[in-house]
Design a binder for this molecule. Structure first.
Ligand code: PLP
Length: 391
């Protein structure tokens, strides 16, 4: 196999769990002249986006769009609703929950960070216990990472909502859906989430650079009494401008062209079909991993993510060496292990604009790489996946 460092023929396989493949339709939409972001043409486009993005969150609540990485919207959720010294409840499900916790601590928010083993999701029972014990209602918010992208673990958001209700506790409920939104079911309104955080570059099939907050009435009430200093992230001026389709500063106009197209694509396919496609690809991936005799990091089958799978390699082997072999030989990028699971896992992203043959190619690349890496495994995971996909 040649290792040319100049031209590589064919398409690169971008199978990291975000950024994901950007469909041609989205790329073509972005490739258009800039426009006056204070003019009527932008206003129409922007209003259409702000209305239709709500369908993706399954909600009628307003959604604000920041020109930023997802981390910006995570920060905005904190800065707009809380106060210094507030107590919040969070779960150590992995790297991204840890990052959100760190951001809260930097705002001098007092985080009860329930330790985790990075193999399980946030536990609804613990939520109920902690909230029941909090007789004085000192806990101001419960924060959960819906899809922990570093571990491939899905937390049971709907059940956590039920636990909050069972405890009859007034805490706000905030959820990071950056790597689940547009990939598997999420219901901002039905699950009474107060702030939902999203990002453009994962299930929404856009380039990185846009982030979202869907905001409930209860969160807007909290905003009124939040004294954390904010400017760029301030919901007030954003919502005020958004009423007419405008922004308080220059919006990421061309990314919004892309988002508008991506929303159309998700709605054309139908969200239920999008979710079924992701589930099917996740099932095929999991079947391949089992057939290889490797272990999925997510312990509980019901908590396995439909958008990304993290796969453990035996202790004496290096998953980043496997990733390098696959990158060099087959021009495919897979996700590395982050933080506490660095050197222990590699990750296959199977979210966004993906079809059966793209997934088959991905799994074939992993199997070929495994063979070359010296990692002990059983051959045939790819055949198991193909049989499943062609059933
Ligand atoms: C990717 C991701 C983030 C971080 O998003 P950035 O755009 O890199 O800031 C946060 N949370 C989750 C769950 C993610 O998947």
């Amino acid at each position: 196999m040649s290792k040319s460092n100049t031209y590589k023929a064919g398409r690169h396989f971008l199978q990291v769990p975000g950024s994901t493949n950007i469909p041609d339709r989205v790329l073509r939409a972005i490739d258009a002249p800039a426009m006056d972001h204070r003019g009527p043409k932008f206003q129409n486009l922007s209003k259409r986006i702000l209305e239709r993005i709500k369908l993706i969150f399954k909600s009628t609540d307003p959604v604000v769009i920041f020109p930023s990485a997802g981390t910006g919207a995570m920060e905005a959720a904190l800065a707009n609703t809380l106060n210094e010294g507030d107590k919040i409840l969070m779960f150590e499900t992995g790297h991204f929950a840890t990052e959100w916790c760190q951001a809260a601590k930097r705002y001098r928010i007092n985080v009860d960070f329930v330790p985790g083993d990075w193999r399980t999701g946030a536990d609804p029972k613990i939520v109920e216990q902690k909230l029941l014990a909090d007789k004085k209602h000192e806990i101001k918010a419960v924060l959960v990472t819906h899809n922990e992208t570093s571990t491939g673990i899905k937390s049971r958001v709907e059940e956590i909502r039920k636990a909050i209700d069972k405890a009859n506790h007034p805490a706000l409920f905030m959820v990071d859906t950056i790597s689940s939104l547009g990939s598997y079911n999420y219901e901002h309104q039905k699950w009474k989430v107060d702030v939902t955080v999203g990002g453009s570059q994962k299930g929404l099939m856009c380039p990185p650079g846009l982030s979202f907050n869907a905001i409930s009435n209860k969160a807007l009430e909290a905003y009124k009494s939040s004294k954390i200093v904010k400017s760029y992230w301030d919901w007030g001026q954003m919502l005020e401008n958004n009423k007419l389709g405008f922004y308080p500063y220059t919006p990421a106009v061309n990314l919004l062209y892309g988002l508008n197209e991506a929303i159309s694509m998700l709605l054309e396919e139908g969200l239920d079909n999008v979710f079924a496609r992701h589930k099917r690809h996740a099932d095929a991936t999991r079947l391949a991993v089992e057939a290889w005799g490797l272990e999925i990091l997510a312990k509980n089958p019901i908590e396995r993510s439909d958008s990304i799978t993290a796969i453990m390699v035996p202790k004496e082997h290096d998953p980043d060496n496997l990733r390098k072999i696959i990158y060099d030989n087959y021009d495919m990028s897979l996700g590395t292990g982050l933080n506490k699971v660095k050197g222990k896992v590699f990750r296959i992203g199977h979210m966004g604009d993906l079809n059966d043959l793209m997934l088959a190619g991905t799994l074939a690349g992993v199997e070929m790489g495994l063979k070359q890496s010296g990692i002990p495994f059983k051959r045939g995971g790819i055949m198991t996946a193909l049989d499943f996909l062609s059933k």
